[in-house]
Write a new protein. Structure first.
Lengths: 99, 482
């Protein structure tokens, strides 16, 4: 098994995801199985200089650098959990964690 | 429900009305819901009637060019609309209604189509069985104990059940072709860049393609022609619209079809193998030349996909944090990070959480080169395999099975994520290479549909659809293959 509970909790913190203690062991096993499975890619002799694949057209189309109106059917006040005076409201950040 | 061309011709010529098509589709949607397919997440008879009234008004005013006049089309619920919620099958977007409309929706409506329903899906399009929806699993129309495939299982089930003649799904790694094969219908994934992704909720941005289901090649091709083409809202689109008559069957004499040996393993389900053999025989009878080819990196397509897609998903789904839209959970800490973690931890389902964790892991310090960078390199090798077959082996199209087995039973693969991922083994490659590919019914094995896949060079949809139409005419997809 390539992954332990410490790894899962570390990655969950990076991903800003709560992981309930009751699900931790199952996640350790499932992520270990997935990571072990994808590790077979290391057997492929790709070469250090092999270029990464680029999806889509090779040259992205360019346009004038100008602001275009984006008409919306409803404003952020209609879809935000809390919105006031043009601002999204959230709790304070709190103390930084040592991760 | 009639074929796309039949409805469009009848409504466009005034022989019937879009209002009549709207009444018919709402009756069929109600029947499908009563059957317990669980294929729809939102639909409204009032809204469909309103859309039909507008189409009928345009026709009365003399509008002549409405290629989808009165044609009901269902949308996977990760394609945004302004009238109905777009949930992505997730609690985290349970009541979210988009402030803008996807380009494909605008184009469908401009062509006279009726947006009939938003369909159920694996949460955020992550899955191969449509068992991972927060709103319950979708049932296969032929047997409720089976899965319809996924992640676009709701759209596939509605088309297969005859509720709508065509539907949109989305593909990141086979999520239209695989359910099309399981449900015995046609599923077409276009070249990456052929169809705008504007308004498709992002999963894996270098892979995502809005794709089409139809009951026939012609049905799917007519819808694809309407939604394809350049869009200033999506910089990856290419100015390459598809001609409306792309699916007219053409003689196949002299067409070279490659048969990749890596797609025909010894342990392939015998019914699937029989479907492929039958397609080969019919292609040869039509004058096509079928030759063996090799795509040597095929075995690495699934592991490559399951590094890159989760990595892109981990990045794309970072936006669901409870701050700007969607549901919010405050958590016990009472601070901002507590809000993020509670919202995401409780809002996402198990498969999405798993993929976010895998994606974050392969992108994290110390693992990036070993997993993500390596997978990017292997993706290049997979694309080069296809290029070599088309250029050096001089094949026009590739023929493969779409799936390793017919539809499987619900619950059969949910405990082992890797077993579920391997259901996509024959469809991942074309997605990673950005190529057009499609599944069409090849027959039935013990009563269950099996499909064959055609893969074409980039922007080779017209030749692929023409060959598929010719093959469809002689395959008889409802016949037993053994």
């Amino acid at each position: 098994m390539s992954i332990g509970s410490k790894d899962v909790l570390h990655v969950a913190a990076l991903a800003e995801l709560d992981v309930p203690a009751s699900e931790l062991q199952a996640l350790v096993e499932q992520l270990g199985r997935i990571v072990d499975y994808v590790a077979q890619l290391n057997a492929v002799p790709a070469g250090e200089q092999a270029a990464p694949f680029l999806a889509g057209p090779h040259a992205a189309p360019l346009r004038e650098d100008e602001i275009r109106p984006a008409p919306l059917a409803r404003g952020p006040d209609a879809i935000a959990p809390e919105f006031r005076d043009g601002l999204f409201l959230v709790p304070r950040l709190g103390a930084m964690e040592d991760e | 429900m009639n074929a796309v061309a039949t409805i469009a011709n009848a409504v466009g010529s005034g022989r019937t009305s879009a209002a009549s098509a709207a009444r018919e589709v709402t009756r069929l949607l109600a029947d499908a819901d009563a059957r317990g397919l669980n294929a729809t997440l939102h639909w409204s008879a009032t809204q469909v009637a309103r859309e039909a009234e507008e189409v009928d008004g345009r026709i009365r005013a003399g509008a002549a060019d409405l290629p989808l006049a009165g044609v009901p089309v269902a949308l996977k619920d990760n394609i945004v609309t302004t009238e109905a919620p777009t949930t992505c099958g997730s609690r985290i977007l349970e009541r979210y209604v988009s402030p803008f409309e996807a380009t494909v929706v605008t184009r469908l409506r401009a062509a006279g189509a009726l947006i009939a329903a938003k369909t159920n899906l694996d949460e955020f399009a992550m899955g191969s069985s449509t068992e991972h929806s927060a709103f319950g699993r979708v049932r296969h129309p032929m047997d409720p104990d089976l899965v319809p495939g996924g992640s676009s299982g709701g759209s596939a089930a509605l088309v297969a059940a005859g509720v709508v003649p065509a539907a949109l799904g989305s593909e990141t790694g086979g999520s239209v072709r695989q359910p099309a094969s399981f449900c015995g219908i046609v599923g077409v994934k276009p070249t990456y860049g052929r169809v705008s992704r504007y308004g498709l909720v992002a999963f894996g941005s270098s892979l995502d393609c809005i794709s089409v289901f139809g009951r026939s090649v012609d049905d799917a091709a007519r819808v694809l022609a309407v939604i394809s083409g350049l869009d200033s809202h999506d910089a990856t689109t290419v100015d390459a619209p598809l001609p409306p008559a792309a699916a007219e069957a053409r003689p196949l004499a002299g067409l070279r079809i490659g048969l990749p040996r890596e797609y025909l393993p010894d342990d392939l389900h015998p019914g699937v193998r029989a479907g492929v053999d039958r397609a080969i025989a019919r292609l040869r009878a039509l004058g096509a030349i079928v030759v063996p080819v090799s795509l040597p990196h095929t075995a690495y397509a699934v592991p490559t996909y399951y590094v890159l897609a989760p990595a892109e998903a981990a990045s794309n789904l970072a936006r669901y944090d409870g701050a700007r839209y969607g549901s919010r959970k405050t958590g016990t800490a009472g601070d901002l990070r507590g809000l993020y973690r509670a919202t995401r931890g409780q809002g996402f389902g198990p498969e999405v959480r798993r993929r976010i964790l895998v994606g974050t892991y392969v992108l994290s310090a110390g693992y990036y080169d070993a997993y993500y960078r390596k997978a990017q390199q292997v993706r290049n090798l997979l694309a080069a395999d296809f290029s070599r077959a088309f250029r050096e082996d001089r094949v026009d199209l590739l023929l493969t099975p779409t799936t390793p087995t017919p539809a499987f039973r619900a619950g059969e693969k949910t405990a082992d994520p890797v077993a579920m991922y391997l259901a996509d083994i024959f469809v991942c490659g074309a997605s990673l290479a950005g190529l057009p590919a499609m599944s069409l019914p090849a027959g039935r094995s013990d009563g269950l549909p099996v499909g064959v896949q055609l893969i074409a060079p980039a922007f080779g949809e017209t030749r692929m659809l023409q060959a598929a139409a010719a093959l469809e005419a002689v395959l008889r997809g409802d016949e037993e293959v053994r």
